[in-house]
Design a protein. Structure first.
Length: 239
C-alpha cells in the first residue's frame, strides 16, 4: 500500500508562522479576558487587529506547508507548491489538488482503452474492485479523483464493446453486459471480461434462443392432421 500525501513543514518558514499565530492568539485572549478593562475604542482596535491577522496567518500556513511528499515508484518525492500568489484566496487543499491535476497525478477521467490494455491484455477477466483499489494503493500510479471516475470509464468501455461486465460464477467469467449500459458496483465478484469472451457467450445464447424459437414455432404451426399422421406412423412429432 502506498503512503498518503503528506504536507511537510519548511523550517525556514516556521519562525514567521509562529510569530503570526502567537500575535493573533494574544489579541484573541485580550478580546475575551474580562480582566482587561478596555474602552470601546480599544475593543474595536483589538477586533481590527484580529481581523487583519487572518490573511497573514493563512499565508504563513500556506508558506509553511508548501512542500508536499507524494508516493512514487521509487519512494516519496517532494513537490514544492511555490510561493502563494498575492490576492488569490484558495485553500491549501484546492492548490494541492490543482497542482496534482496539472501534473497528471490525479485523473478526472480514464479512457476505457487504458483499462483494457492494462488489465485484459494477458487475462480473460479482472475484478473491478481490484482495479479501483490498485489505482489508489500502487506507488507511482495516477490516482482517480474518486470512484465515479473508474465507474464511468467502465460504463463507456462496455458500451463501446471494448470489454464486457459480469461476474465470476464457479471461477468462470459470465458476461451480463456488452455493448449496452451496465450497472457498476466495483465490489464482490463483479469483473471486467475480455471482449472476445462476451462475443462468444452472446453468440451461444443467440443460437440457443433461435433453436428454441424454431422448435416452438414448429409445434405451434403444424395442424392436427399432420400431428395425427405423425403419431400413426410412430414418429412422435412432426417437427
Amino acid at each position: 500500500m502506498s503512503a498518503p500525501l503528506r504536507a511537510q513543514p519548511l523550517e525556514s518558514e516556521r519562525t514567521n508562522f509562529l510569530n503570526t499565530i502567537k500575535r493573533k492568539i494574544a489579541y484573541e485572549n485580550i478580546a475575551t479576558d474580562e480582566n482587561f478593562k478596555l474602552a470601546e475604542e480599544q475593543k474595536k482596535e483589538v477586533k481590527d487587529e484580529i481581523r487583519k491577522l487572518e490573511s497573514p496567518l493563512k499565508e504563513a500556513i500556506r508558506r509553511l506547508y508548501r512542500s508536499v511528499a507524494i508516493p512514487g515508484k521509487g519512494g516519496l518525492k517532494e513537490k514544492d507548491l511555490g510561493i502563494p500568489t498575492y490576492g488569490v484566496s484558495r485553500s491549501l487543499d484546492e492548490e494541492l489538488y490543482e497542482q496534482l491535476r496539472m501534473d497528471g497525478e490525479i485523473l478526472e477521467k480514464i479512457a476505457p482503452i487504458v483499462l483494457r490494455e492494462k488489465y485484459l491484455t494477458n487475462k480473460d477477466s479482472v475484478l473491478t474492485e481490484l482495479i479501483f483499489q490498485s489505482s489508489l494503493k500502487t506507488p507511482g500510479e495516477a490516482r482517480p479523483l474518486n470512484r465515479r471516475v473508474v465507474e464511468q470509464s467502465i460504463v463507456e468501455g462496455v458500451q463501446m464493446g471494448m470489454f464486457g461486465l459480469g461476474e465470476l460464477e464457479q471461477e468462470e467469467p459470465k458476461c451480463f453486459y456488452f455493448k449496452e449500459y451496465p450497472t457498476v458496483s466495483l465490489s464482490g465478484n463483479e469483473i471486467l471480461i475480455k471482449d472476445s469472451i462476451c462475443i462468444e457467450q452472446k453468440r451461444q445464447k443467440e443460437e440457443s434462443l433461435e433453436g428454441r424459437e424454431t422448435y416452438e414455432e414448429c409445434l405451434t404451426g403444424r395442424d392436427a392432421r399432420e400431428g395425427a399422421r405423425a403419431r400413426r406412423e410412430g414418429n412422435g412429432s412432426a417437427c
